[in-house]
Design a binder for this molecule. Sequence first.
Ligand code: HEM
Length: 216
Amino acid sequence: MKLSTLSTRGTEAMLALMAVAVAAYAFLAYALQPAGAQVGEAMQEVYRLNPIVIHTHAFAAGLALLLGPWQFSTRLRTRRPQVHRWIGRVYLVAGIVVGGVSGLLLSRLAQGGWVAQLGFACLAVVWLYTGYRGYRAIRRGERAQHRRWMLRNHALTLAAVSLRIYIPLFLANGVPFQEAYPVIAWMCWVPHLVIAQWWLNRGRPVDTHALPTMPR
Ligand code: HEM
């Protein structure tokens, strides 16, 4: 096996592991504890007043984070295309649509002022849009385009991981939360989109044979 393949697989495995860890946090923290038990007081107060939207968001977006990594497995797509399709439907409907709309509603209530709120709102809109484009592409039988849009979409799903890495990093470096959060609300997803686009532009031929078509 080539070194570059090994390092790509290592990176994918690491990202999948971090995604599962953050999804597990969302499920456990919001199923077993009062809403916002693990976050600061101001956030906790907002979640206490809006329990439905925060629980819906934590579970739906957590599901997207948990399901997303499996969709990029060539083995799953070629050997079990039906499983890929079903995971994809749940990912898009329960994860992206429900997680994205609830994320958009939450963005109005987010900490960090209007800059943070705008950052989260834009993330929600781009998340929903890339999911829609991925769905539209596969309904039209455009497998290469479907793969490209879903890669962008999943890069955005991983914002939840970066966010939870940046917060303690900023705090550990002495940046107060209210100053750090507006920056993090953008930093957690814009670079992901840039990296995903760079990855797609690298000129590697797209493995369209490994992608199943959706039944019409
Ligand atoms: C990618 C689109 C997403 C958007 C636009 C979004 C938006 C938001 C917003 C605005 C908040 C409230 C922040 C605040 O109160 O200051 C929030 C909180 C939260 N989000 Fe998301 N989110 C997204 C993805 C995810 C994903 C993939 C997960 C998966 C675990 C997730 C899990 C949570 C949780 C658990 C909270 C509550 C805060 C905490 O306990 O850490 N979100 N989200």
